[in-house]
Ligand binder design. Structure first.
Ligand SMILES: Cc1cc2nc3c(=O)[nH]c(=O)nc-3n(C[C@H](O)[C@H](O)[C@H](O)COP(=O)(O)O)c2cc1C
Length: 397
């Protein structure tokens, strides 16, 4: 009996941590859901209206098959590539996400640090809860992009551009799919405000999610770190939709985008392209890359899955500028399918947020480790040991 207990205790000590036991992004999603208050998880996971586009983003990857090629030397698999002239160790980049500290107090800095370790690029959102300068100081040598929303206040836009330039961000990524905020019904139902407000519901929820609340209450105030001087600190009582619809400029046009590109005067990326015609307009204004994105299905529901739009955008502009894609990437094989269709890289949003919410910085490291292991495994089985080997013949539509 004593022996049995001793063995059990020893095996408990040796038991792999929960994080190590997570085998896929879906497992990390489950852990994130357990840790986060329901309203916060819904903000992370939710999308517009019936969430058709968000589901389609993922499902469309499942409809593309891979063509394994055998007896090709797969002893050395290499994920290195170049994106907008920046050498990277991986084609997987971090998409911008607002309010990142809501998911874990380590927030943007943790994601930027993990991205740097992975040899990736981190994109900081205008709606970040850490400042442009703070995040620039995380692994300062690691390449970072800054994502811009067009606020009504032009001075604020110009000030953000100057700060990002001074802090050494390597590209400006203008998000163009947010003339107004998509109708996210989960947030309406939950009444999410940022920072979360004390109510009977939050108190009850706090008892069920003590680890999250403990981290939240101990960390410094959750602020929109880069726009707080010109705009409200958080969402106020009315929530995110009211805040963005009040502050973002719905009258923004391609001329305004051109003005911003000129002012930035460096690598300029347009995020939120969903058809060939708009990709062409982005080329006309001098963009160096476009990101085919529907904001993870969070803006217009029934917009097409991004991987379905990718071929027409690549056909229209792929010879002149780089095309990236995001939306629904949860597996290494998703990355391969996007590259095979002509993307030079993919971005992940929710995937790294699941890791962050589950286990902070280590969780984001785990996301990169998992996706890279999947990517290497698939590249070996496909007989495409380098990123350049992946092409149209790697997939069957
Ligand atoms: C919680 C959350 C916040 C986001 N915030 C921003 C943002 O501030 N700016 C932006 O351009 N896109 C934002 N996005 C969209 C992402 O950049 C990206 O397009 C999307 O997450 C990709 O889909 P995926 O989550 O399925 O990977 C956000 C997405 C999520 C899930």
């Amino acid at each position: 009996m004593v022996g049995l207990v001793r063995d059990a205790l020893a095996s408990r000590g040796a038991r792999r941590s929960r994080l190590e036991r997570a085998a896929s992004i879906a497992d990390l999603r489950t852990r994130a859901q357990r840790r986060l208050p329901a309203a916060v998880f819904d903000y992370l996971e939710g999308a517009a209206e019936d969430e058709v586009t968000a589901r389609a983003n993922k499902a469309a990857f499942g409809e593309i098959t891979l063509v394994p090629r055998v007896l090709r030397d797969a002893s050395k698999v290499d994920l290195a590539t170049t994106i907008t002239g920046i050498p990277v160790d991986t084609p997987i980049l971090c998409a911008p996400t607002g309010f990142t500290r809501l998911f874990h107090p380590a927030g943007e800095n943790a994601v930027a640090a993990a991205a740097a370790r992975a040899g990736s690029i981190y994109t900081l959102s205008t709606m970040a809860t850490r400042s442009i300068e703070d995040v620039a100081a995380v692994a300062p040598e690691a390449p970072k992009w800054f994502q811009l929303y067009v606020w009504r206040d032009e001075r604020l836009v110009d000030a953000l551009i100057e700060r990002a330039k001074a802090a050494g961000y390597r590209a400006l990524c203008l998000t163009v799919d947010t003339a107004v905020l998509g109708r996210r019904e989960r947030d309406h139902r939950s009444g999410l405000t940022i920072p979360p407000r004390a109510s009977l519901r939050t108190v009850i929820d706090g008892a069920r999610r003590p680890a999250w609340w403990w981290g939240f209450l101990r960390s410094d105030e959750l602020l929109l770190a880069n726009v707080a001087s010109h705009a409200p600190k958080g969402t106020g009582r009315t929530g995110l939709a009211e805040l963005t619809n009040k502050q973002f400029d719905p009258a923004v046009t391609w001329e305004a985008a051109a003005r911003i590109a000129r002012r930035w005067d460096g690598t300029f990326i347009v995020k939120g392209i969903q058809c060939a015609e708009d990709a062409q307009l982005a080329v006309d204004l001098g963009a160096h890359a476009v990101i085919v994105s529907n904001h993870g299905g969070r803006q217009l529901d029934h917009a097409p899955a991004t991987v379905r739009v990718l071929p027409e955008v690549v056909a229209a502009v792929g010879e002149r500028i780089e095309v990236l894609i995001d939306g629904g990437v949860r597996r290494g094989t998703d990355v391969i399918k996007a590259l095979a269709l002509g993307a030079s890289g993919v971005m992940i949003g929710r995937a790294y947020l699941y890791g962050l919410a589950a286990a902070g910085e280590a969780g984001v490291d785990r996301v990169f480790a998992m996706l890279h292991a999947e990517l290497r495994n698939a590249m070996a089985l496909l007989g495409t040991p380098t990123i350049a080997d992946i092409g149209p013949s790697t997939i069957r539509l």
